[in-house]
Design a protein around this ligand. Structure first.
Ligand code: ADP
Ligand code: MG
Length: 699
């Protein structure tokens, strides 16, 4: 088995080994310069690479190629072209030119652009990203690309991500050179995204319009058994799920994706897959692919993979833990505390940059994970809260406190701690990962940003995180480059940063109501919903930092603001329409039918025997009738809201707020009554599979 895994790993990827084997030496060298050093690629090199890529792909059975890109819809897009080119003798040859590799022109008029691209000038272009390997998926050679408009604005999620990586590279290098690391020539952020998901049986799924149209259940009474026993978490994996995971791993490995661990999650039917971390843009590509392959493999196994953040009310939702760090080309992880005073000082400075970044740009981080689906998790009595805070663990926090107060740390240390002179005391890394409620936790040698939704691309979160940290490193470098006494000034800078930004550090329970009050006292922001969060992307300080580091232009920011608001409104609108449909066509008739049956029973019982007790039937009839009327009224209210929102002007943000404050609230109201009805209507009369049927459908 082991040899088989090593054989299939990366089998469908045009990776470095394959390139080395198939490209002329000179071409390979040139290409590597582009991949590793970011040098511009010569068109003649592209031609040779394209041809080698095509030969390799055709040998592997591919017939088509596509520029694979990540438009602002959050999913990936592809338009397939075949390699065939007719020849004069009526035959064909398989061809693929350098130009086709480097640039494409998808007719992309229907991708959201937030007004960046007038519809008459619909064509954006895709440009090859040689830093992410090409791969074969379903007989198609996929070329990872960036997607831009002809005026150069990014229409995708990848371009800003690459820009943000450049920004942090530039600023981190400045700081590293101050510490004398002249050998370091490039710095990259690394990410390992842990992906949560649910599996349900296809036959049950097919009976739920809400799951089909919206990815989550819009109705559904609590099942008698949920997650209270916690017997699912890390529990035995069911054979059918095991078979799915085996297949999934195989498919991912073929694509060079480092799928590593898998286990059951807290909720029944919930699972998790964690890859080994890689460079951020590759981790992003791979996470998009992972989600796609999960869906496909589940289908092969007669199941449906639910990636929605909250498929079931009252049951744990799904997130994505974005494990993030910064590494140098010399193999050093900059968030790993070192063993010498010098490397400790460097670690502390980078740590301070992250602390300051998270504090000053808490709103950007919150915005980066805002979506209609994630609103059900963040701040809705579930992990993690909408308030951004950082967990450092007791020991590291105490170390910082001792530094700040100029006190010795630990019983054995006699001298007070001094950065760059004292060795940072060894602290127990195991104690850093205990807090599962923190949105942003230090886990020994990396940070885990836990607010991301399970269905979203990880691009946006990393764009904002990279940019915010780049800004702080830039400020540090600006200050320290002028310094005449580096040790002293660095020490002062660290202390100042701890003092000014320690309010963001919180090691307690993030689910606690007391934290909400405490956070408010500390002046931390608590942006509860997507529309509320999104407006802050237009705050001057946020626009400024994104532009300063060349990550987004003003028009790109405004366009994203529009697109995200529109996207939010669309999601809620589809959910509302689906609820109305389900309520009108199924739920109300079911209630009515049950009431009719009860009435018939009462009448027939009484007809046969006037003395017969009809208490149950009568009380139920009253209850069902009143619930049915209530549902009917709430349906009318929701219909009115959906109608009213259409009357609003074209203001995307205002519309999103209306959806949140009216439509969404009416949906919740409707659900309460319908779910109550479900608890009293006989199973054979209820039109949909129950939560019990769904959560325990895979056996
Ligand atoms: P933990 O026990 O703290 O959860 P794991 O080793 O299980 O740590 O890692 C969790 C995730 O973090 C994995 O996806 C892993 O690849 C990733 N990870 C580990 N080190 C780094 C790093 N330096 N940068 C980014 N991600 C990392
Ligand atoms: Mg983890």
């Amino acid at each position: 088995m082991e040899s088989k895994v090593t054989e299939i790993f990366g089998d469908m990827v045009f990776d470095e080994t394959t390139m080395k084997a198939r490209l002329p030496k000179e071409t390979f060298k040139q290409l590597m310069k582009t991949i590793q050093g970011g040098e511009k690629l010569d068109p003649s090199v592209a031609t040779v690479v394209a041809n080698a890529m095509k030969d390799w792909a055709v040998e592997k059975g591919a017939t088509h190629f596509t520029h694979w890109f990540q438009p602002l819809t959050g999913i990936t897009a592809e338009k397939h072209d075949s390699f065939i080119t007719p020849t004069s003798d009526g035959k064909i040859i398989m061809e693929f030119s350098g130009k086709e590799l480097v640039q494409g022109e998808p007719d992309a008029s229907s991708f959201p652009s937030g007004g960046l691209r007038a519809t008459f000038e619909a064509r954006g272009y895709t440009a090859w990203d040689p830093t992410s390997y090409a791969f074969i998926k379903d007989g198609t050679l996929c070329i990872p690309t960036a997607f831009c408009s002809y005026t150069g604005e990014a229409l995708d999620k990848k371009t800003p991500l690459l820009r943000s990586m450049q920004a942090i590279n530039k600023q981190a290098l400045r700081v590293l050179h101050l510490f004398g690391n002249e050998d370091v020539t490039s710095v990259k952020t690394t990410v390992g995204p842990e992906q949560e998901y649910f599996l349900v049986d296809k036959s049950v799924y097919d009976k739920r319009e809400d799951l089909i149209f919206t990815g989550r259940t819009l109705f559904g009474a609590k099942s008698p058994k949920g997650q209270e026993l916690e017997d699912h978490y890390f529990g035995m994996i069911k054979p059918r799920v095991q078979a799915f995971m085996k297949d999934l791993n195989n498919e991912l490995w073929k694509l060079g994706i480092l799928a590593k661990t898998e286990h059951n999650e807290v909720a029944p039917a919930q699972h998790e897959l964690a890859p080994i971390f890689s460079t951020t843009n590759i981790a992003c590509d791979h996470n998009q692919l992972t989600m796609e392959i999960m869906r496909k493999v589940a289908a092969k196994h007669g199941m449906v993979c639910l990636l929605h953040e909250k498929p079931f009310a009252g049951v744990n939702g799904s997130g994505k833990h974005n494990n993030w760090s910064i590494s140098t080309n010399t193999g050093k992880n900059l968030l790993d505390p070192g063993a010498t005073p010098a490397s400790n000082a460097q670690f502390l400075l980078f740590l301070c940059a992250v602390i300051k970044a998270v504090d000053e740009y808490q709103d950007l981080l919150r915005i980066s994970v805002a979506s209609a689906g994630n609103d059900h998790r963040l701040g809705a009595n579930e992990a993690p809260p909408a308030i951004v805070s950082m967990f450092l663990g007791d020991e590291l926090s105490e170390i910082l406190q001792c530094l700040e107060e100029g006190k010795p740390y630990g019983i054995h240390e006699k001298q007070k701690m001094q950065i760059g002179v004292t060795v940072l005391p060894e602290f127990n890394k195991d104690t850093t990962d205990r807090n599962r409620t923190s949105p942003f936790a230090f886990t020994g040698n990396k940070f885990e940003f836990r607010m991301l939704g399970s269905s979203e691309s990880i691009a946006c979160a990393n764009v904002f995180l990279n940019t915010a940290v780049a800004e702080e490193l830039c400020q540090f470098a600006d200050e320290l480059e002028k310094s005449k006494d580096f040790q002293k000034d660095m020490q002062a800078l660290v202390l100042k940063t701890i003092k000014e930004h320690k309010r963001i550090i919180f090691n307690g329970n993030g689910y606690d109501d007391a934290w909400v009050k405490e956070a408010e006292k500390r002046g931390l922001s608590n942006l509860k919903s997507t529309p509320e969060a999104l407006v802050h992307i237009l705050d001057e300080k946020n626009k400024k930092v994104l532009q300063k580091h060349g990550v987004y232009s003003e028009s790109e920011i405004v366009s994203r603001f529009e697109i995200h608001n529109e996207g939010y409104s669309k999601v809620i609108n589809i959910e509302a329409e689906t609820m109305l449909d389900m309520a009108k066509k199924y739920i109300l008739p079911a209630g009515s039918k049950f009431a009719g049956k009860l009435a018939d029973t009462i009448a027939s019982k009484k007809a046969v025997c006037d003395a017969a007790d009809v208490t149950y039937e009568t009380e139920m009839l009253t209850k069902v009738s009143s619930l049915t009327s209530e549902i009917y009224k709430k349906v009318q209210q929701l219909e009115k809201d959906v109608c009213d929102v259409k009357e609003l002007s074209g203001d995307a943000s205002k519309t999103a707020f209306f959806y949140r404050e009216h439509v969404f609230e009416s949906m919740n109201e409707l659900r309460i009554s319908a779910d109550e009805l479900e608890t009293i209507v006989p199973k054979e009369l209820w039109p949909f599979p129950s939560y019990g049927d769904l959560l325990f459908s895979v056996r």
